[in-house]
Ligand binder design. Structure first.
Ligand code: FPP
Length: 238
């Protein structure tokens, strides 16, 4: 779909699903002589700003990597800090209220603290009727873990070998209700997917940026979308 996203802008194709690896929070804090937790806090604020902008310009799905299955290896203090940010965010009644944004989560919820899980369910319920963008937080998410769990489900359901199709596998993933990401953005100068949307990213366009996530602006997002518009997506065709 083509939208006019700014005054005097030429119409451009807005990716239906943007996914972002919110990387560089720790380095952002270090550069300022601050504890890493300050970087995550700035990163959480940035998520809100970018999500609002995405909703405004007509993005239908925004998925962000907030906590990976590998992030449990970090010091307990840092993990607790990220969980507290999530608590604060999920409790904050001003978040996206009246903005028609549906909040959703992907990942394995079981190991998360119980109160966080309850807050997640409440946020999902409260935003059930929203018809605008879906903002999806990947929490305790790992692409390989997701595929492993899908295989376990398929086997436990006794599905026959000949019935195992790509569509069936997709239907067993956390992302069953979402289209594959069109554009995956990773700031902070790292050029990896880090176990994010492993299955779903097969035909995604990748955009890497040197800027650290807390410094990422709506202009940086516009640049990523402009670059996406210059790509020629063939999905294996000619
Ligand atoms: C990666 O940067 C960032 C994370 C592992 C955590 C991201 C979490 C948030 C932004 C907070 C989530 C909360 C909400 C409400 C969205 P890094 O720590 O690996 O940075 P570095 O590579 O510079 O060390």
């Amino acid at each position: 779909m083509f939208f006019k996203t700014k005054e005097n802008d030429v119409p451009r194709n807005i990716p239906g699903h943007i996914a972002i690896i919110m990387d560089g929070n720790g380095r952002w804090a270090k550069k300022r002589g601050l504890p890493r937790s300050f970087g995550h806090s700035a990163g959480a604020k940035k998520f809100k700003e970018i999500a609002r902008y995405c909703n405004k310009i007509g993005v239908k799905y925004l998925t962000v990597y907030a906590f990976s299955t590998e992030n449990w290896k970090r010091p307990k203090e840092e993990i607790d800090g990220i969980m507290n940010l999530l608590r604060d965010y999920l409790k904050d009644s001003t978040n996206f209220k009246g903005e028609n944004i549906k909040l959703r989560f992907i990942g394995d919820r079981a190991p998360l603290p119980e109160d966080v899980r309850i807050l997640m369910e409440n946020s999902e319920r409260e935003s059930d009727d929203a018809t605008g963008m879906t903002a999806c937080l990947a929490l305790n998410y790992g692409g390989r873990d997701e595929i492993t769990k899908a295989v376990q489900k398929i086997i436990s359901e006794g599905i026959n070998e000949q019935d195992i199709t790509e569509e069936l596998i997709s239907s067993k993933l956390y992302t069953v209700d979402y289209p594959d990401p069109d554009l995956i953005i990773r700031p902070s100068g790292e050029y990896r997917l880090s176990n994010f949307l492993t299955w779903q990213s097969a035909y995604s366009e990748f955009y890497f940026d040197k800027v650290l996530w807390p410094d990422f602006t709506t202009k940086d997002l516009d640049r990523a979308i402009d670059e996406f518009n210059r790509r020629n997506r063939r999905f294996g065709g000619v």
